[in-house]
Write a protein that binds this ligand. Structure first.
Ligand SMILES: [Zn+2]
Length: 179
């Protein structure tokens, strides 16, 4: 996987983004007994929880994803890793603003029962919120792989981008139906 330059990634994480990286390192060390892995530039573990999260350059994947091949784009584990890896670039971009504007916001969006109920009842994707959508965008750009929940937020087809050939075929089909 072609990746983001290491000489930019690590120095920025440990200066501009140091707060969340110290927190991430503590959580990473606290999970020392768990299986570790590298994903792109990030350091990860499959922790003893059923949810996944990222903190600075550290990513923590749900324990049930340990069976997945993280290099296989079609596996849920790979897709969640792409998403969490995307969050690590938000840490790079936002530095000290990462905790209040990404971690806190997505934590509230994820865990508050009122939001869970709203998503369930109105069929709103978890990935609609800017923190999650942006993480997917960044993860996809860097890894060129599919992030988790991508199709929940990318259903619309832009008519401008439909190739001419397909438009002509659609027209023909409509005409033959009329005849
Ligand atoms: Zn997320």
């Amino acid at each position: 996987m072609k990746d983001f330059p290491a000489f930019v990634y690590y120095p920025l994480q440990w200066t501009w983004g140091i707060i969340q990286n110290v927190v991430g390192l503590v959580v990473y060390c606290a999970n020392s007994g768990r299986t570790r892995f590298r994903y792109g530039r990030s350091f990860g573990t499959f922790w003893k929880r059923m949810d996944s999260m990222s903190m600075g350059m550290f990513i923590f994947l749900a324990q049930n994803l340990e069976v997945c091949d993280l290099e296989d784009e079609s596996s849920v584990g790979s897709q969640v890793a792409v998403h969490e890896y995307g969050h690590t670039f938000q840490s790079l971009a936002l530095g000290p603003f990462y905790l209040p504007f990404i971690s806190a916001v997505s934590g509230i969006w994820c865990m508050i029962p009122a939001f869970q109920k709203m998503r369930r009842e109105k069929g709103i994707s978890y990935y609609m919120l800017y923190t999650e959508r942006w993480a997917n965008h960044l993860g996809r750009r860097v890894t060129k792989r599919l992030p988790h929940g991508y199709w929940e937020t990318h259903k619309k087809v832009d008519p401008e981008k439909v190739p001419e050939r397909l438009k002509r075929e659609a027209e023909k089909t409509n005409k033959s139906e009329l005849n």
